[in-house]
Design a protein around this ligand. Structure first.
Ligand SMILES: [Zn+2]
Length: 511
């Protein structure tokens, strides 16, 4: 048995002003051939999970294609998408014949228009699956993994033999998802199962802050999904609350039920689960607290750590990481009281120029520097910060928490600036903020701070909740003034989003 393994994942955010280029996939995010088999060993990732199943399977050879993953951001440049997909297809063609293909995908990938007048590709995941299918013909099984925030289209479902999504938020089941996909693929190749799926698309987009598989509305739907999945005829159930910042015509939340040859049953189960999901739609919207109020609440505490969740500037939802709303609130508090903050506050911001200035000044020296608002100047205001250069770092660190455990991250060069109890981490490049290792790698301990800024809507909870007393979701400004991942979906400047859709059309009825 020969199984080809490839990965092409990216989560688009149509409101991000920063284009996604080849450099965003380069380095440790891009692996070719044998690197794909070795590079992620021991990590909690889909590819490592899939390999753990495939390498134990008797007489199974894994043929590695390419693996490319970039941090969430604006749609991928057309030529970059063609280069990456072209290489994947060339390697696949060289590897033929194969008995099956396993693709690690996200499901909310989009491609920007090309220079020569090429049209955008809204369903870029569907495009990947369609071109792989065209190369293989109708009979070779293709199984793809998806994020819970996938925009699962009819084209994707039609081109894949089966699609297997994450079932956790905060996402911690990457490895388990890869394992499940590999098992379905192997069982299909061996003729033990014949996957057939029902997809129900729901006209709603939901912010991620309150979507948690352990509590609340998503938990209630996921519990039903897992009960359905326990039935022997059912291979996999997916609940997809969709990346909401996709300004495209065909966007939806979805339920996907994959059965072993039972199409009518799949339709019936998916329909019932979709109704349960739809009925809970208004419970996904979080309470937002203005930055000054959130900071005052945290500083009033005598113990414990508060996460100031700056979700609108979430770098894993496609925002740019250069918001200054909480820093502005801290400086305003200093100005009002005339005394340093009573307790330590950890903040972070992307600003390559400020990093360069601090490195030039050197450790121990005081500088006055403009920070923030450099990547997304239309959304964020720069702030003048006077502080001491405490530390200079090469910006490399590895996740230790449950989500993507073991993955190496690189924030470019980084510095820590301090002013009284304000500790400001300034980095050259945006990076995932799921894990407190972001701060620990530069000598800052979130558990010892009263408040810590985290630019992630939900996924950070898996690694932070042991050291956190409270999470406050900060309102950093109206709509995009808070960042490209603002949860105020009705306040965003949509141009192409297919209507009607909830919550923009609150009275929409379904089905
Ligand atoms: Zn996600």
């Amino acid at each position: 048995m020969r199984i080809a393994l490839g990965m092409l994942t990216h989560e688009a955010n149509s409101f991000s002003p920063q284009p996604t280029e080849l450099a965003d996939f380069a380095g440790r995010q891009l692996a070719r051939g044998e690197e794909l088999l070795q590079g992620w060993q021991g990590t909690n990732t889909e590819q490592a999970g899939a390999l753990s199943v495939l390498t134990k399977e008797p007489d199974c050879t894994v043929v590695p294609l390419i693996g490319a993953r970039a941090l969430s951001g604006a749609p991928i440049q057309r030529q970059v998408f063609e280069v990456l997909l072209g290489e994947m297809l060339a390697r696949l063609e060289e590897a033929l014949p194969v008995d099956g293909v396993l693709l690690v995908l996200h499901g909310a990938m989009m491609v920007a228009p090309g220079v020569g007048g090429d049209l955008p590709i809204d369903d870029a995941t569907g495009e990947v699956l369609a071109r792989v299918r065209a190369l293989l013909g109708a009979n070779v099984p293709i199984v793809g993994t998806l994020d819970l925030h996938a925009n699962v289209t009819r084209r994707m479902a039609a081109k894949a033999t089966a699609l297997v999504g994450y079932q956790t938020a905060p996402h911690v089941d990457m490895g388990a998802t890869g394992e499940a996909a590999a098992r379905i693929l192997v069982d299909t190749v061996r003729g033990r199962v014949a996957p057939t799926a029902a997809l129900v698309r729901l006209p709603m987009i939901l912010p991620p802050e309150n979507a948690d598989h352990r509590v609340g509305p998503l938990h209630e739907v996921m519990a039903q999904a897992l009960a359905i999945e326990a039935r022997p005829e059912v291979l996999r159930v997916g609940v997809f609350s969709v990346q909401p910042w996709l300004d495209a015509a065909d966007v939806a939340s979805a339920i996907l039920v994959v059965t072993d040859g039972r199409q009518a049953l799949a339709e019936e189960l998916a329909g019932g689960l979709a109704e349960a999901f739809w009925a809970r739609r208004d419970r996904f919207f979080p309470e937002l607290v203005p930055a000054d109020e959130a900071l005052a609440r945290a500083m009033a505490r005598q113990e414990g750590t508060v996460v100031l969740c700056d979700s609108a500037d979430s770098t894993t939802s496609g925002s740019t990481g250069d918001s200054t709303a909480i820093l502005q609130a801290a400086l305003a508090m200093l100005g009002r009281t005339g005394t340093p903050l009573p307790h330590p506050l950890l903040l972070n911001v992307v600003d390559p120029l400020a990093v360069a200035t601090a490195i030039e000044a050197g450790v121990g020296n005081e500088i006055e520097v403009s920070v923030g608002g450099t990547v997304a100047p239309r959304y964020f205001a720069p702030v003048t910060f006077r502080g001491t250069v405490k530390l200079i770092s090469d910006g490399e660190f590895r996740f230790k928490g449950p989500g993507m455990r073991g993955m190496l991250h690189h924030m470019g060069r980084a510095v820590v600036l301090t002013q009284g109890n304000i500790y400001l981490l300034v980095m050259e490049r945006a990076v995932s903020q799921w894990d407190p290792q972001l701060y620990r790698s530069v000598g800052l301990e979130p558990a010892d701070a009263r408040a810590v800024q985290v630019k992630s809507p939900r996924a950070f909870r898996a690694a932070y909740e042991d050291i956190t007393e409270e999470v406050i979701i900060v309102h950093g400004g109206a709509g995009l003034q808070a960042g490209a991942a603002s949860p105020e979906l009705t306040a965003l400047p949509w141009r192409r989003l297919g209507r009607p859709i909830y919550p923009l059309d609150p009275d929409i009825s379904w089905p």
